[in-house]
Design a protein around this ligand. Structure first.
Ligand code: S2G
Ligand code: ZN
Length: 445
């Protein structure tokens, strides 16, 4: 039976935040209690919108006093249910804490609140002749706080790292109402544990970000984009090795079905031959020239090399890659976001092909990250157990990019070492002893 807020509790929230910032209507609850995962039906008891860190701190205090679970909410673009509120929680939306507080071009540092949209950070960087390198499909609606909570990746991880690599400093309030303030944003700072590193990727289960310092960098150089067609997936490691002579900015894989799905979704499909797999690679144009590419691939058994002759053609290659997820949706695939060392990829591909000949595999191969999509699965639980078996067999990870959230919390318990899980629970217990922050996600005490 879902608890309802008492009048006294609702009044306390209205008193603290103002009536417009406390929503209990169905539309708000359904909208803010869901994320892109559709992992469960949203059913929070209320949605609140703090505008300041002090208001957020007071909400945490109420939640501890009332023992009321909170679900922190950013752009809600996550894919594992980490921002889903399905059990009468109070959703805490950070969208009103949305100011860019400082942009220091000399330090190449942007300081902002958690509710700033990722694309706004990218825009502010561009306006100052700089670049914020976390780029992915959801950047127009995802928020900095959520990117930090999920350690968002994207297509430039190979060159710039995940969100973690961009975080210069962090200020957050823990589930216990204590402050973790690491906003010195120094390049070198060894004064004790780097607590912010624990908070990055903790999916709102340890603390809620109130400020972030993000590193900006030089704009990307002019990039060359090449599509390599492979007829034999077993040649992948040697082709990858040949291409690693270039400073890679992206290295994306699409198997035959993935490429066809993404290509057929284009208004004007590319006239590209069918192949066992497609490797799309980006590197600085002054390094990956036609001559350098020919030399790199002279002894490689690639079926074809399509070096984009214009940014338009490069965008066409990316449009295919970016369309795969949407093109797959109608097939309701069983989705996995696994990761392995590059050297193990041929064996992993072979194991997948043997178990699921119609699997659709694509992803950030340069980071060892595959998005495995199983279609027409009769027994999802059995299929999932088989995927985890492959992950274990090849020392991989059950999630390289998307995280654990609600959907993979049970898998984490069954695939990770006991001591590692115990350490995570001890940290959760220390920072959120009453378990009010995002219970049922990642690890619970
Ligand atoms: C990607 C998007 C979600 C998915 O396209 O890189 O992270 O698994 C994915 O299709
Ligand atoms: Zn991805």
């Amino acid at each position: 039976m879902k608890r309802a807020l008492s009048d006294k509790q609702q009044d306390a929230l209205v008193q603290l935040l103002g009536k417009p910032a406390v929503c209990v209507d169905d539309n708000s609850r359904k909208t803010y209690g869901a994320d892109w995962s559709q992992a469960a039906d949203p059913d929070p008891v209320a949605v609140v919108f703090p505008s300041t860190r002090e208001q957020l701190h007071a909400i945490i205090a109420y939640a501890n006093e009332w023992r009321w679970p909170l679900v922190p909410s950013g752009g809600r673009t996550g894919l594992t249910g980490a921002a889903v509120a399905a059990h009468g929680e109070i959703v805490v939306s950070l969208e009103k804490m949305n100011r860019i507080l400082e942009l220091d071009t000399r330090e190449r540092l942007l300081i902002c609140e958690p509710g700033v949209i990722t694309a706004q950070v990218q825009q502010a960087a561009r306006e100052h002749g700089l670049f914020y390198p976390v780029e992915f499909g959801a950047e127009g609606s995802s928020q900095v706080g959520g990117n930090i909570a999920t350690n968002a990746g994207g297509v430039r991880v190979l060159r710039y790292g995940m969100t973690r690599a961009q975080v210069a400093g962090l200020q957050a309030v823990t589930g216990h109402g204590t402050w973790i303030d690491e906003m010195r944003c120094l390049r070198k700072d060894n004064a004790g544990y780097a607590l912010r590193e624990l908070l990055i990727g903790s999916e709102g289960t340890l603390a809620i970000t109130t400020q972030a310092g993000l590193r900006l960098c030089e704009p990307m150089p002019a990039l060359a984009t090449v599509l390599l067609l492979l007829d034999d997936i077993n040649t992948l490691p040697e082709v990858l090795r040949a291409m690693q002579r270039f400073p890679l900015y992206a290295c994306e894989w699409m198997d035959q079905r993935a490429f066809a799905l993404g290509n057929e979704a284009q208004a004007n499909p590319l006239g590209v031959a069918s192949a066992a797999g497609y490797l799309m690679i980006e590197a600085p144009a002054d390094a990956m020239t036609v001559e350098a590419l020919s030399a790199a691939l002279a002894t490689q058994p690639v079926a074809d090399v399509l070096l984009a002759q214009s940014s338009k053609q490069a965008e066409g290659f990316w449009a295919v890659r970016d369309s795969i997820t949407g093109a797959l949706k109608p097939r309701h695939p069983l989705k996995f976001d696994v990761g392995f060392r590059a050297s193990r990829m041929p064996a992993v591909f072979a194991a997948i092909a043997q178990q699921w000949p119609d699997a659709v595999v694509y992803g950030h191969l340069g980071d060892g990250n595959l998005h495995l999509n199983l279609v027409n699965v009769q027994d999802p639980l059995h299929a999932q157990a088989q995927v985890w078996q492959i992950v274990k067999q090849f020392q991989g990870t059950i999630t390289a990019e998307h995280g654990i959230g609600m959907l993979r919390s049970r898998a984490l318990q069954s695939t990770e070492a006991h001591d590692r899980l115990s350490a995570m629970r001890a940290i959760k217990q220390a920072l959120d002893p009453n378990g009010i922050l995002n219970p049922g996600k990642l690890v619970s005490t």
